[in-house]
Design a protein around this ligand. Sequence first.
Ligand code: ZN
Length: 197
Amino acid sequence: MAEHSERPAGTTKTRDLHTAFAAELPERANRPVWNALRSACLERFSQNDRLIANLQLLKESEPYDLALCHKWLSEFVANIVACNKLVRWIHPLDPLSAEQALESAYQMLQQGMKDQAQRLLKRVGKRPGRGRPVVRRELAIRALELKSSDRTATWRAVAARLCPCGKRTHKGCGERIRLDVIRLKAILRKYSIQIPS
Ligand SMILES: [Zn+2]
């Protein structure tokens, strides 16, 4: 027989969504685009924390306002959907973060360990059929950051600076990064995320 939880309402001490996310993914130095994506997530988590609190209050209100409840729940769900899309650009989703992997890969490449670097990069955020690999997203964010600080840099130069493929010529890499940056910009536009210049 199922037992009732002995927990009276209102006594649970859980961190709110905003605090939990902010602590798990702290701001990064010199990463304006990454930080803007993070802020956009945090803003929505804050909204949802407020919505949860409001819905709690609503439960006790008399008469029960069903229309308002629906409105707040739709806002809550819309925020979750947005966060789900945004988080995939910045959250490691893997014990090894894309940022760490990329840094390690750069070091391996410098020491001529190309195969090891490729193996490492393939391991990160591997979730078959679920969006673009997380390293490519991290690379796109860095590429946009680089382009924002140096508008004259060509995609080829961006690839030469950032691409971890290990090939000397980076044939096609600049174009691939450019297309990933277009996808990133679409997300930024969709959620009205401004990059501080
Ligand atoms: Zn390359």
